[in-house]
Design a protein around this ligand. Structure first.
Ligand SMILES: Cc1cc2nc3c(=O)[nH]c(=O)nc-3n(C[C@H](O)[C@H](O)[C@H](O)COP(=O)(O)OP(=O)(O)OC[C@H]3O[C@@H](n4cnc5c(N)ncnc54)[C@H](O)[C@@H]3O)c2cc1C
Length: 649
């Protein structure tokens, strides 16, 4: 039975016409009325920057916030490999339907058909928009934009700018944003962190933010609020995410009534530089694009493994017949380009079996020797030069001479704030876009699809759908930031900060966050089971208590204080971690990146339970220390045949 609180508002009619139908229905705000309306956008990554620029250009009054000193330093800038679009430039029989199909299948049949189809549909327009902005995508000899392949697909549809696609796309969006800032339609608030959402009469009306330079707590009102605050992968402490990535804004919204969907769906990326010690605070991604040409292997015998670990031989000295290209062996049809969840589990399987190639036993090889032979140094340099350089700088080993060593790491979160087809959360007037929403990726996101989704949301979906809500609002006066709801929210934020300073313990925030990371990786990581998840929840609760007794936040509020920033975020990571574990515990099936050890095939692949779990699990906050309530949005597949994912043939 449909949950009354979860109305996805998916338009009726044939799949390919749903978006056109919805667009035709959406009420439009006239230009003179747009000028009367204010929108807050929190976040300046690809989602937020594209949305704010588009809303500004439409004529709304936009305020945009970010943690960094400049909007262009958002986490999106780190994206390396590319962005998908169904352009069929390679004439390899790509299409909107094929991109839709690959995405639903890649997500292990846990995403909404209508949203994913729309995403595929608008993908081509994103590339046109970015080219028009001057984004320097790689090109073929004849001038066409070049493409490469990413995991889980058999066509080449990924557009890229060397290994800096996110940076170039963000510069494009940032240029558009700056045009609006100069025109006065967008006002930018860098170094401002949202610390609470303000709700008036059940609708999102503003935020409380901390000026990160002065510590001042400020109030900002609007007719609608858009969260583009990214993912929560840093709950694991070590991840490929930027250090400032966090889930706090989503948690503030959750505590105010926005449902949190599929929190346990976290992506573990197979090709990251392995962990090298306890002092580390960041993991580095080696882009998935490398799997176009790199071959993944471990030795097929323990003797070579032991010699490698003792540095008695180099990997290049191991002959072909003593190597196990395990992805090519297990998944002949997709080989090294299986989806991330599959590739990560396969690496773990080999390492668990003892074949890990570094001292910790937690590494496999990604080898370019064949590619260099086949393509030549120059072509490989053109494709991956900066990634090779980055790898060498970090590890002091040259991928030109020896294979890279890689291991899976936390990278992306498919879960996030539940949104309907219009990208509105369960709080009217509050929208979530980009990685912050539960998105279109189901149980596993395909490579190069996050940038596509963030820009689809920001350039082409939200600017239309938010108009439907705002068309009722232009007669309303500006939000009064002196309203009691703002006063209360501001007071609570100040109390939260004071409480943190008052602990005066001895532990650094990072040292406690690291402990949380260990719990998360151990019990809510690549493989999960009932006993571990229950234990994980108890350990998170205990650590939260320890935090409130032992943490030390130095300095004061009235200054630039990154320890305070981290402490505030860690408080939310405890709640996110617990919610992730709770969600993983309830979902007694394996799908995509969510691998419950109890539910696997004989070959160690995920075993879904479509009868009982073909739904989006959305959690409703019920108060501090109270169990949240689960709501279910059933998923219907009317245009795609549900099957067990098969990447073998
Ligand atoms: C190393 C790496 C490489 C990647 N490569 C690719 C790739 O090649 N292709 C692909 O499709 N995807 C890739 N991804 C994923 C992709 O980069 C992200 O999913 C995407 O950029 C997220 O964009 P976003 O706009 O949703 O959020 P983000 O870029 O994370 O931006 C979040 C914004 O919110 C702000 N913010 C957060 N909280 C607050 C707050 N409380 N108050 C104020 N501001 C706040 C931040 O300052 C920031 O401006 C990669 C990810 C990583 C980690």
């Amino acid at each position: 039975m449909a949950d009354v609180k979860l109305n996805s508002k998916i338009p009726d009619g044939p799949l390919a016409q749903k978006w056109a139908k919805r667009k035709a229905e959406i009420r439009i705000v006239s230009p003179n009325n747009k000028r009367k309306l204010e929108v807050i956008v929190v976040g300046t990554g690809l989602g937020g920057a594209s949305a704010a620029a588009s809303l500004g250009e439409l004529g709304y009054n936009v305020k945009i916030f970010c943690i960094s000193d400049s909007p262009r330093r958002a986490h999106s800038i780190a994206a390396q490999g590319g962005i998908n679009a169904a352009k069929n430039y390679q004439n390899d029989n790509d299409s909107v339907y094929r991109l839709f199909y690959d995405t639903i299948k890649g997500g292990d049949y846990r995403s909404r058909e209508a949203n994913v189809y729309r995403l595929a549909e608008v993908s081509a327009a994103i590339i046109d928009q970015c080219v028009a902005q001057g984004v320097p995508f790689a090109r073929e000899y004849g001038g066409y934009l070049a493409n490469r392949s990413f995991g889980g697909v058999q066509v080449s549809r990924t557009f890229y700018a060397r290994g800096q696609t996110g940076q170039q796309l963000l510069l494009g969006a940032y240029a558009s944003l700056n045009k609006e800032i100069a025109a006065g339609t967008v006002k930018s608030y860098p170094r401002h962190e949202m610390l609470d959402l303000v709700i008036i009469n059940g609708e999102a009306k503003g935020i409380i933010a901390r000026n990160l330079v002065t510590g001042e707590i400020e109030r900002f009102g609007a007719h609608a609020v858009v969260l583009a605050t990214g993912g929560y992968g840093n709950a694991y402490f070590l991840s490929t995410n930027a250090m400032n990535s966090n889930g706090s804004a989503a948690m503030q919204a959750y505590r105010k009534g926005a449902f949190f969907a599929n929190p346990c769906f976290a992506q573990i990326h197979p090709t990251c530089i392995p962990v090298h010690g306890e002092q580390q605070c960041k993991l580095t991604l080696m882009s998935e694009s490398l799997r176009n040409d790199g071959r993944i292997w471990v030795p097929n015998n323990m003797e070579d493994v032991m010699k490698l670990r003792k540095h008695e031989i180099k990997p290049s000295q191991i002959p072909e017949e003593r190597r196990d290209y395990y992805l090519e062996r297990r998944y002949p049809a997709f080989g090294n380009l299986v989806p991330r969840d599959v590739a990560s589990r396969a690496a773990k399987e080999r390492c668990d079996a003892g074949y890990g190639v570094n001292e910790t036993g937690l590494a496999v090889f990604l080898d370019f020797a064949d590619a260099i032979k086949r393509l030549g140094h120059q072509r490989v340099e053109e494709r991956y030069g900066n990634l090779f350089q980055m790898y060498e700088k970090i590890t002091s080993s040259s991928p030109w001479e020896e294979p890279m060593m890689i291991y899976p790491a936390i990278h992306y979160t498919m879960g996030g704030l539940w949104v309907d087809y219009d990208l509105q959360t369960t709080i009217p007037g509050l929208y979530a876009i980009g990685e912050a929403n539960f998105s279109d990726h189901g149980g596993n996101r395909l490579g190069a699809s996050a940038l596509m989704q963030g820009l689809a949301d920001g350039y082409f979906i939200l600017p239309y759908t938010i108009g439907d809500y705002l068309s009722h609002k232009f007669a309303e006066p500006k939000t009064d930031v002196n309203a009691p709801e703002f006063e209360k929210a501001e007071r609570e934020v100040k109390e939260r900060i004071a409480k943190l300073f008052a602990v005066k313990g001895t532990e650094t925030v990072d040292s406690i966050h690291k402990k949380l990371g260990h719990i998360m990786w151990e019990y809510v990581g690549m493989a999960r089971n009932e006993e571990g998840l229950k234990k994980g929840i108890e350990e998170i609760k205990a650590l939260r208590e320890e935090f409130w007794k032992t943490v030390r936040v130095p300095g004061t509020n009235e200054e630039f204080n990154q320890e305070l920033e981290k402490a505030l975020r860690l408080v939310d990571f405890f709640d996110i971690g617990e919610l992730m574990a709770r969600d993983a515990l309830h979902r007694k099936e394996s799908c995509g990146g969510h691998f419950r050890e109890e539910m696997q095939t004989e070959e160690g692949e995920t075993k879904r339970d479509d009868e009982n779990f073909m739904y989006v699990g959305a959690w409703e906050y019920k108060g501090e220390g109270v169990e949240p309530q689960l709501h279910k949005e059933p998923l219907k597949y009317e245009n795609i045949k549900i099957a067990t994912r098969n990447y073998k043939d």
